[in-house]
Design a protein around this ligand. Structure first.
Ligand code: ZN
Ligand code: ZN
Ligand code: ZN
Length: 375
């Protein structure tokens, strides 16, 4: 995999994504979609302005009309260079003009619109003022599966991101843990992800000893000691697509109980993975992993859902959770990451990204799931 995969997508790819988004919006009873800078805009157009600002930038997708991008005049040249730009009409506006009125002119006055999750309230309130009869739904609520099924080029990028995270793990397991602060190991992990091609590091959790019992512990000043279990959970974006993997290592020889709990989580992770196949509801992946932990008497210590979708962001729908009846579809990518957390003592989590194939699932992380002993 080389940097040339950055150009994996063409204007036609973006045209097709925008067309499908409009069809999905219509099918969901929406009058259109409004997409501000963020992951949805990148996925739909290839346009990634450096940051959302108080100046309105908004992609307007409505049936029967070419995609339009409302954009500040000073940013229009950058927008025109986006890969998807040939499929989009730019509607630039200059300072002093009302961009909400300009946007409203493109929309049905009493329509209900899907709005990207990261749209600033400043802009949504401005639109509501311009279109008092309109109403809105969050895009991830209205069209949760819009980005869920990856095409072949996206899957290649997902696999490459997973392989890069695996390479980072193979290097971090060789460094000394005992006697160093969690934050130092976390900094090493971040550097390794970048060295293996990540342009963005989203998290590098290093949770040692009792800190491992807190799934949200990031990394702190605690000095890692011999005898500690250490939960490592790290990921980010490589060429625009996400990685996210967890392994739990032990500093020196583990106790029988530590081995037993680790084996249990490994069996649960395997069960979750084996439940993956087309047509199965997301909740069945959660149930399969949870049943293993329940049967061993640790059910109350598995305190989060089994997984989440991943793509141009590291956390997104679909969620592997009880109550989620969305069937799995080939090309979906999500984590399978059961854990057991023993307050005041230690935690164990094992996480792979899995993609749905025609007849099962394929792991995009494949470092050993055995308990690794580190120094
Ligand atoms: Zn120990
Ligand atoms: Zn993770
Ligand atoms: Zn995860």
């Amino acid at each position: 995999m080389t940097a040339s995969t950055r150009a994996a997508f063409t204007a036609d790819d973006y045209r097709a994504r925008m067309a499908r988004a409009v069809r999905d919006a219509e099918a969901a009873g929406l009058a259109g979609l409004l997409v501000a800078p963020g992951p949805d805009l990148v996925w739909l157009t290839g346009y990634a302005p450096p940051a959302a600002t108080e100046r309105l930038t908004l992609l307007v997708l409505v049936p029967g009309r070419d995609p339009a991008l409302v954009v500040p005049t000073l940013e229009a040249p950058d927008a025109a260079r986006a890969t998807g730009a040939p499929a989009i009409t730019l509607r630039d506006w200059t300072d002093g003009k009302d961009p909400y009125a300009a946007t409203a002119a493109l929309l049905a006055a009493s329509g209900r619109f899907g709005v990207s999750d990261s749209t600033w309230s400043l802009h949504l309130l401005g639109l509501q003022r311009a279109l008092p009869e309109s109403s809105y739904a969050a895009l991830s609520d209205a069209l949760p599966m819009l980005r869920a099924v990856k095409d072949a080029a996206e899957l290649e990028l997902m696999a490459a991101a997973g392989a890069a995270a695996d390479a980072a793990f193979e290097e971090i397991r060789a460094v000394p843990f005992g006697g160093r602060r969690e934050s130092e190991v976390a900094a090493d992990l971040a550097a390794l992800l970048r060295r293996h091609g990540h342009e963005q590091v989203d998290f590098t959790i290093v949770a040692s000893g009792p800190n491992g019992a807190n799934p949200h512990h990031e990394a702190g000043d605690r000095v890692i000691e011999r005898g500690d279990m250490v939960v490592l959970d790290f990921g980010g974006l490589r060429h625009g697509y996400g990685s996210d993997t967890s392994r739990t290592v032990h500093v020196g020889d583990p106790t029988d109980e530590e081995r037993r709990v680790h084996d249990l989580v490994r069996a649960a992770q395997q069960a979750g993975y084996e439940a993956v196949r087309p047509g199965v509801a997301c909740q069945e992946v959660d149930r399969a992993a949870r049943a293993v932990i329940d049967a061993a008497g640790y059910g109350a210590r598995f305190i989060h859902r089994t997984g989440h979708g991943i793509g141009v962001t590291t956390h997104e729908p679909p969620y592997m959770i009880e109550g989620e009846e969305q069937p799995l579809v080939p090309g979906m990518c999500f984590s399978v990451e059961p854990g057991v957390y023993l307050p005041g003592r230690f935690g164990v989590r094992i996480e792979d990204i899995v993609t749905v194939t025609e007849d099962g699932g394929r792991r995009l992380n494949d470092t050993t799931r055995e308990l690794v002993v580190v120094d």
